[in-house]
Design a protein around this ligand. Structure first.
Ligand SMILES: *[C@@H]1O[C@H](CO)[C@@H](O)[C@H](O)[C@H]1NC(C)=O
Ligand SMILES: *[C@@H]1O[C@H](CO)[C@@H](O)[C@H](O)[C@H]1NC(C)=O
Ligand SMILES: *[C@@H]1O[C@H](CO)[C@@H](O)[C@H](O)[C@H]1NC(C)=O
Ligand SMILES: *[C@@H]1O[C@H](CO)[C@@H](O)[C@H](O)[C@H]1NC(C)=O
Ligand SMILES: *[C@@H]1O[C@H](CO)[C@@H](O)[C@H](O)[C@H]1NC(C)=O
Length: 427
């Protein structure tokens, strides 16, 4: 015998069900940035709310000074102004990554299991005891790595690998890896100098500093699922979100590709992405002195055909890594900063310089300006990018005299905010 359900409940049921579904839908779509992560290790779904700047308007004034709430330093925007009108406090940027929930830890650990991505990011680390080693794992650095995996990995769809150079025996190597934060351990791949030497057939391998491209080439050969890789050194930081930053790079490249000249053939993805202008080294450049490098310069038709750039962050296509590897097997191995840009031009690949904001303290001029004649650009490079003097330096440079204070005064002053910036080096 069935108990009759009271009429009020019967008529309320569809309404309640509707409200329940509506609430669920609102939960998921509260913000277009909300993403639902399948619930591992538990079956509860995970809602990741990506960080947002608390100041959502442009803070670059008409005189190019950034309104950053610093009490002493006036930061001048000397490059291109930011794409996003926003200013981040340190807490805005990294607060979400300080306390790791179990769900976020799982999302980080499982990022590369999607097995779908054709694009990878390798975060480069060394195993020494200096900035590359133990101290790299201070909390600030860990928050940075988490942000990279969640934003570039989870939101933007890249696989993110921590690619570590370790010349240690098995036992010490395992001990070193055990000291890494647990959630990051599944993302690690390691390599040794010996492996690099064995891998490079025909070519001469000096060291990772001068031949920093070899680990990237070896990575691409051992991971054939990727057709593009960003290599990011451990002293690079991003103010602003990785997913929006990387999307801006892609959007801008697509724009240039759409407007390419009829004699150009730009590939669907750029072969070399650089974040510092690509230019010609001075004729008395120190890297021209070695015998190996003289052989390289000759092969490329003289100093007139050599181009270099800063390799703190570089994006490389498989076409480019294959071209470099082919030259290695033919007996050429050249200094890191010019090998890839020169080969990209020489092989008619596409080099794309992405100009991002630079800030200098208390002065309105950059550290340097680079220039390159349009006829020195590669045949298939975007033509509109780099036709006159481009600012170089300050917050993205090879030494940290300006980048370090930009970062430290931000970290130390909770009121200070920073407009979007790719910063290098930060120790
Ligand atoms: C800058 O301002 C912050 C916040 O008001 C304050 O804590 C800090 O001491 C100031 N720094 C200097 C160097 O005046
Ligand atoms: C994060 O963890 C720290 C230390 O465990 C704690 O003091 C702080 O309140 C936590 N913050 C949040 C937002 O949960
Ligand atoms: C991942 O992709 C690779 C290459 O496409 C394939 O060989 C492998 O079986 C895949 N693994 C899983 C778990 O799907
Ligand atoms: C452009 O380059 C692609 C390979 O990158 C090639 O397949 C295609 O034939 C080229 N198109 C022209 C018009 O040269
Ligand atoms: C690059 O393009 C130039 C001009 O079209 C051509 O002469 C040269 O052979 C090409 N180089 C390679 C390596 O394909």
């Amino acid at each position: 015998m069935s108990v009759p359900v009271p009429r009020t409940i019967r008529s309320a049921a569809p309404v309640l069900a509707f409200i329940f579904v509506a609430v669920l839908v609102i939960q998921v779509y509260r913000s277009p940035d909300y993403k639902l992560i399948p619930g591992y290790p538990m079956l509860t779904p995970f809602y990741f709310e990506p960080p947002e700047a608390s100041v959502l308007h442009s803070v670059i004034r008409g005189d190019n000074v950034a309104w950053t709430m610093d009490n002493e330093t006036a930061w001048h925007s000397v490059g291109r102004h930011p794409n996003q009108p926003e200013c981040w406090t340190f807490e805005d940027r990294f607060g979400a990554y300080k306390n790791l929930s179990l769900e976020m830890a799982a999302a980080i650990s499982n990022n590369n299991k999607k097995n779908r991505s054709k694009k990878a990011i390798i975060l480069r680390l060394g195993g020494g005891n200096d900035a590359n080693g133990k101290s790299a794992w201070k909390s600030q650095f860990i928050w940075h790595v988490r942000s990279l995996v969640m934003e570039a990995g989870y939101l933007a769809g890249y696989d993110v690998l921590i690619f570590v150079h370790l010349d240690l025996n098995e036992e010490d190597r395992n001990a070193w890896l055990q000291r890494l934060p647990k959630e990051l351990q599944p993302l690690v791949q390691t390599f040794s100098t010996r492996q690099l030497k064995e891998w490079i057939r025909g070519g001469q391998f000096k060291n990772v500093y001068e031949h920093n491209h070899i680990p990237i080439q070896m990575f691409m050969e051992k991971n054939p699922q990727y057709d593009f890789v960003y290599s990011i050194e451990n002293d690079v930081r991003l103010i602003g979100r990785w997913d929006t930053f990387l999307a801006d790079v892609d959007t801008e490249y697509s724009f240039h590709r759409k407007y390419q000249k009829s004699d150009q053939n730009m590939s669907s993805i750029p072969d070399l992405v650089s974040f510092q202008s690509i230019s010609q080294p001075p004729s008395d450049w120190v890297w021209y002195k070695e015998k190996e490098d003289q052989k390289c310069v000759k092969h490329f038709g003289g100093k007139d055909n050599i181009l270099f750039s800063l390799g703190a962050v570089w994006g490389w296509s498989r076409q480019l890594t294959d071209s470099l590897t082919k030259l290695n097997t033919e007996g050429f191995n050249c200094y890191f900063e010019y090998f890839a840009p020169t080969v990209a031009r020489w092989a008619n690949l596409t080099s794309f310089f992405y100009q991002h904001p630079l800030y200098c303290p208390n002065r309105d001029s950059p550290s340097e300006r680079h220039t390159i004649n349009p006829d020195k650009l590669g045949k298939n490079d975007p033509r509109l990018v780099q036709s006159s003097k481009v600012p170089v330096g300050c917050t993205y440079y090879f030494i940290n005299i300006h980048s370090q204070p930009f970062w430290d005064t931000w970290y130390q002053n909770p009121r200070a905010c920073r407009p979007p910036a790719l910063v290098h080096p930060v120790k």
